[in-house]
Each structure stands twice: as C-alpha cells, then as structure tokens.
Design a protein around this ligand. Structure first.
Ligand SMILES: Cc1cc2nc3c(=O)[nH]c(=O)nc-3n(C[C@H](O)[C@H](O)[C@H](O)COP(=O)(O)OP(=O)(O)OC[C@H]3O[C@@H](n4cnc5c(N)ncnc54)[C@H](O)[C@@H]3O)c2cc1C
Length: 596
C-alpha cells in the first residue's frame, strides 16, 4: 500500500519563504492568520490527513460505493462516514469561509495546502467535500441573503454537502445544449425536471441533506448558453426559514463504474419536478456557475499536485531501497549485492522530473490561490483588478498543467517500481488510475487551453499575462548582478520575451483565421506553464538562499532548478514549434480521409 506523509517543510517553504504570505495576510485584514496559527493549522491538517484519511485510501478503492436501486441510496466505503464526522467537527469545511456564515475566515491561500493534503491522502474521499467549496462561493456571490443563511451556513459547517449539476447525457463541454427545465411555481420556487449524469457526490450517506446546484432552462429562456439559470435543489426540501421538510422529487438513478476514484460516488441524478430556488438572475446561471467552477478548477489542480506528491514520496523511498544492477561507473555500494536503483540516471530522471514539477507546481498553485484573497481584499482597486486578471489567467494553467503533470508524475512513480508498480500491492497503480480523471472533469485540458488562449489572452488583450510578465521583469531586474542567480535569470528573461512575442504572433494570425486559436491553444497552455515554472524555480533558489533552511535544502533547490532549466524548460521548444506550424498540419487532412 502507498503511504503519505504531508510535506510540511515544503508547504511552509512555499507559503512563507517564497510567497511571504504572513505580511500579505496581515495587510489583507486576516489578523488571525499569523505564522504560528498558519503553521498550527497546517500541522493539524497533516495529522488528520495522515492518520484518518490516508489509511482509507485503499479501502475506498477496493470497496467503492454501494448503490441500492430500491431505495436509490448510496453507502460510502467503511470508515468514510466517521472521517467525514471528524472533518466537520474539525471545522475544515469552513476553513476559508467567511466568519459571518460560520467559517474560520482564513485566507484561501491557506485553504489550498489543506486541499492538497486531503487529495493526496484520499482523493475519492476528498471529492465529497470538494464541491461544497464551489457551492459556497456561488451562494456567497450570487445567492440571496436567506439562501446564504439557510444553505451557505450548512455547507460551511459541513452539516450538508453540495454538488454541481451541469452535465447531461448529450451535453458535456457545450452547456448551451442542456435541456433540464425549470417551471415557475406559484410560491416563488421552481419545479426542476431533467436528468444529470456524472454528478460527483450526487447521493451518499455522509450527511442528512445534499444541496444540488443545478443548471436548467426557464420556459422563456433564449436558446444556447445565454438561456441557462442556476437553481438550488436540496435532496430534502428546505423552507425559506430553514425548516427541513419532506423528500424532494429527485433520485439517484445509478452510480458509474469507473477507472479510478472508486470511493467517490459518480451519480446519475433524475429530477422529476423537484422544488428548487433560483440563484442570482434568470438566464445568468452560467456566470454564477463560473464562480463555482473557478474555485473547483484550482481545487482539481490541487488534486493533481497531491497525487503527484504521494506517488513521488513512495517512488523515492522505493528507489533508495530497491537493489538492482550496478551504477554504470562501477559499484556505488560494494558491500551490498547490488546498488539501489536510485544511482541510475534514468531513475533519477523520473524522480527529478516529479520533484521539479511538484515543487514548482506547488508555487504556481498557491500563488494563484493568493490572488483569490488579493482580488477580494486588497486596498486599492488597481491591485484588486491585477489580482483578478492574474487569477483568471493562471486558473486554466493551474487546472490543466497540475493535472496533466499529475498523470505524468504518477506514471513516472509507477515506472520506478518496475512491474511492482503495475500490481496492486504497492498502491502505485491506484494513484495512476485516480489521477486520470483530473484532466477530464471541471473542463478537459483542451477546454482549459481554449479558455487561456481565447478568453483570458485574446479577448482580455493579455491582461493577466501582462501582470505576470511584470512580476518576471521586476524579479529579473532585482537580480541583475547577482552572480548566484545569473544562470537562471538570463534564460528566464529570454523565455519571457519569447512568450510575449509568441502571444502577439498568434493574435495576429488569429485575426485572419480563428482556427489558429484552436490549433495553438494546447501548446500555448503548456508553453506558458513551463515558463511560469521557470520563474518559480528561479525564485525558489533565491528564496531558499535567503532563508534559514539548512545548506542541504538550499543545494537541493539549486540542483533541482538546474535540472528544471536543463531538462524540462526545453519542452517549450517543441511547444513553440508546434504553435508556429499553424493550422495546416492539423486541418489539411480532410475529415473523411482520416481512415482512407
Ligand atoms: C468521474 C466524473 C465526475 C464528474 N463530476 C461531475 C460533476 O460533479 N458535475 C458535472 O456537472 N459534471 C461532472 N462530470 C462531467 C465532466 O465534467 C465532463 O465529463 C467533462 O466536462 C467533459 O464532457 P463530456 O464527457 O461530455 O465530453 P465532451 O464534451 O463530449 O468532449 C469530448 C472530447 O472533445 C473535446 N471537445 C469538446 N468540445 C470541444 C471544443 N469546443 N474544443 C476543443 N475540444 C473540445 C473535449 O476536450 C474532449 O476531449 C464528471 C465526469 C466524471 C467522469
């Protein structure tokens, strides 16, 4: 079985030494988020995840969920419910929710490391509370006051969980196709009818009620995505005064059998005139849902990161223990029957790739999370806008890169085990299977790429990119003359200039042919992700050097940064070449000729 121990030293390094969150939290008015409190929360989260959730990871995979067709009920794996009770009692559901609604009022930038730990410890379990965060932010920003008091408070306390009901059998990426209907009732509520599929935590036994946030069409709705509204549809009816009533007209019709996250309930949900309440304005549901999706997308990025971390920890330990062959230059451990596989350059390639993507990815993810706090609480309008632009720009990068790298890292980690990684005993194949979903739900990688290239870069005239490039430029200027960092600063400046030029070139080509956006999007997203990580690796070396960490830690940061610049940053060359090849290699072959 794979084990997990929260990487507290790395998490603290990223938050404190690299991002310097303590003064930022204080400036934003989080008076209770001083370093001692932050560290105490991280430690307690690490304990909960390591001792309560991690041991249930294998249980959930082997047991899955039980669906009883007659009662339409879902029983979670043994131990899941007890763990959820402890989660609720610990107040974890409301860690970064406003105190006004019963939360702890901590910054989002602190919520993300906790999510990372939960996902690493037990991704399938973590999916039950995950969407409650998204539901909380949709209700906070778009709900009426009574909806916040009645529903938001119970999501924050984790008394109930939330879902996101978007997908229908014929409607996945293209929500404009959705058919679920909402008929106004005389009492101001709506009757919701339709079928939603693939609904995470749509039914379960962890809480007495479930708050479904459902996208549906009103009778007078315009066609397409402009005619979608958002509704709260609880499993048990809830009156405006908060009183819980009878069972609502909705049922789980089936649970899916799937490749990974067996312990997570992925449900078909049938709504048959179920009572619901409109959230926000009619026909503006997609905007409200996007509030939910942005928070969930960064959350899914944390899933990729958490799984990578867990897989890497185990692969590292195994690679130190597994004795096979000798080093190419002669025995490194002559007293043993063979050298540990870790002496082999190829094994080190896999381990270092994981280390570089995980630690760099952690900085990328937490920094994006910090923008949520800055966008909401910074003093000046200009700083709030910059943070909002940056958050919008970084969200698809966090979601897509951390999850695709999650697949890469769990596969590298499995590979380090050889055939022992492929069999179930060591738990490595579970991590690889579990990671696979993360690039699909909450918008596939292709959709994140289009969001970054189309909406966040072209439509917004590169607003977020400009903020990020400004950060890179300021950092590089500060380091001019710093011989210790020179090996990173030169290449970083070159890449930043190339990134800008590449963006302008795509924009020009797209002016004449919109297909250019689709053709460039995937490679542009990864190109961007690798440059962002180059920035964080250069900054990590500087932050480690300036810190009080032991010399071995500083050396490890520098050598990993060197590995990153030498071995991973050059991936941008292939992405650039693909972008520059334009649409022709993708579109020249006639559709009908694919199998000619
Ligand atoms: C385990 C699991 C849990 C889920 N949980 C939820 C949930 O809680 N709530 C919910 O509402 N949904 C949920 N989903 C649904 C999930 O979000 C969708 O599966 C996903 O959005 C993709 O939709 P689709 O499967 O219909 O694929 P499609 O939309 O049919 O896409 C198929 C392929 O075509 C590509 N594609 C489609 N359109 C475009 C385009 N315009 N440009 C480029 N490429 C395109 C996609 O990238 C993808 O590769 C879940 C799914 C799974 C498997």
């Amino acid at each position: 079985m794979s084990s997990y121990s929260a990487p507290l030293r790395e998490i603290r390094f990223t938050l404190h030494d690299l991002l310097g969150v303590e003064p930022t939290f204080a400036r934003l008015g989080f008076e209770d988020a001083g370093r001692e409190t932050v560290d105490a929360i991280l430690e307690e989260a690490a304990r909960f995840c390591g001792t309560v959730l991690a041991p249930l990871n294998r249980v959930g995979d082997e047991h899955g969920v039980d669906f009883d067709r007659d009662s339409a009920s879902v029983a979670t794996a043994p131990g899941f419910k007890d763990a959820y009770v402890q989660f609720a009692e610990g107040g974890w559901g409301g860690l970064s929710a406003s105190a006004e609604y019963g939360g702890m009022g901590m910054p989002h930038a602190l919520g993300l490391p906790v999510e990372e730990m939960i996902d690493a410890a037990n991704l399938a379990w973590g999916n039950f509370p995950l969407l409650s965060h998204g539901a909380q932010s949709a209700l906070l920003h778009h709900g009426e006051q009574w909806q916040r008091e009645v529903f938001l408070t119970r999501l924050v306390s984790a008394e109930w969980t939330g879902t996101m009901c978007l997908t229908e059998p014929h409607c996945g990426t293209d929500l404009g196709l959705l058919r679920t209907r909402a008929e106004p009732a005389t009492d101001g509520s709506y009757a919701i009818t339709g079928t939603k599929i693939f609904i995470t935590a749509g039914e379960h036994d962890l809480t007495p009620n479930i708050v479904h946030l459902v996208l549906a069409r009103l009778p007078d709705a315009p066609a397409g995505s402009k005619g979608i509204s958002l509704f709260i549809v609880p499993k048990f009816k809830v009156a405006r005064d908060g009183t819980v009533g009878e069972r609502n007209a909705l049922r789980c019709g089936a649970v899916e059998h799937k490749m990974g996250i067996h312990g997570s309930a992925t449900c078909v949900m049938n709504f048959d005139g179920a009572q619901g309440y409109l959230v926000g304005e009619a026909h503006r549901g997609l905007a409200a849902m996007f509030t939910m999706m942005n928070s969930a997308r960064i959350g899914v990025g944390m899933q990729g990161l958490g799984l990578s971390e867990r897989a890497w920890q185990n692969a590292l330990r195994y690679s130190r223990e597994r004795l096979q062959s000798r080093a190419l230059s002669g025995a490194k451990f002559p007293d043993r029957p063979a050298d540990p596989i870790m002496v082999q350059p190829d094994v080190r390639r896999m381990l270092l790739t994981c280390k570089a993507l995980i630690e760099g990815g952690r900085a990328l993810g937490y920094h994006a999370g910090l923008q949520i706090d800055l966008a909401a609480h910074a003093d000046s309008e200009a700083e709030r806008k910059d943070a909002d632009d940056l958050l919008g720009f970084l969200t698809p990068i966090v979601k897509a890169c951390l999850t695709e790298w999650g697949i890469e890292c769990t596969y590298h980690a499995l590979q380090c085990y050889g055939g022992h990684g492929y069999i179930a005993e060591h738990g490595m194949e579970q991590l690889a299977r579990d990671a696979r979903i993360t690039t699909l739900y909450e918008g596939t990688t292709g959709i994140q790429a289009l969001d970054l290239m189309g909406r966040k870069t072209m439509q917004l005239q590169g607003a977020g990119l400009k903020v990020f490039l400004g950060m890179v430029q300021r950092f590089c200027e500060q380091q001019v003359g710093n011989a210790m960092l020179a090996e990173f600063i030169g290449p970083l400046m070159e890449k930043a200039q190339e990134w800008q030029a590449l963006t302008i070139a795509i924009a020009k080509r797209a002016g004449g042919d919109p297909e250019e956006i689709g053709a460039a999007a995937y490679d542009y997203l990864f190109y961007s992700g690798y440059v962002v990580l180059a920035y964080w690796w250069a900054r990590s070396v500087a932050a480690a050097d300036a810190s009080s960490h032991p010399q071995a830690f500083k050396d490890a940061k520098r050598e990993t940064a060197r590995f990153y610049y030498a071995r991973l940053l050059p991936r941008t060359l292939a992405h650039r070449a693909a972008i520059e090849s334009g649409t022709a290699p993708l579109l020249a072959l006639d559709e009908a000729a694919f199998d000619a």
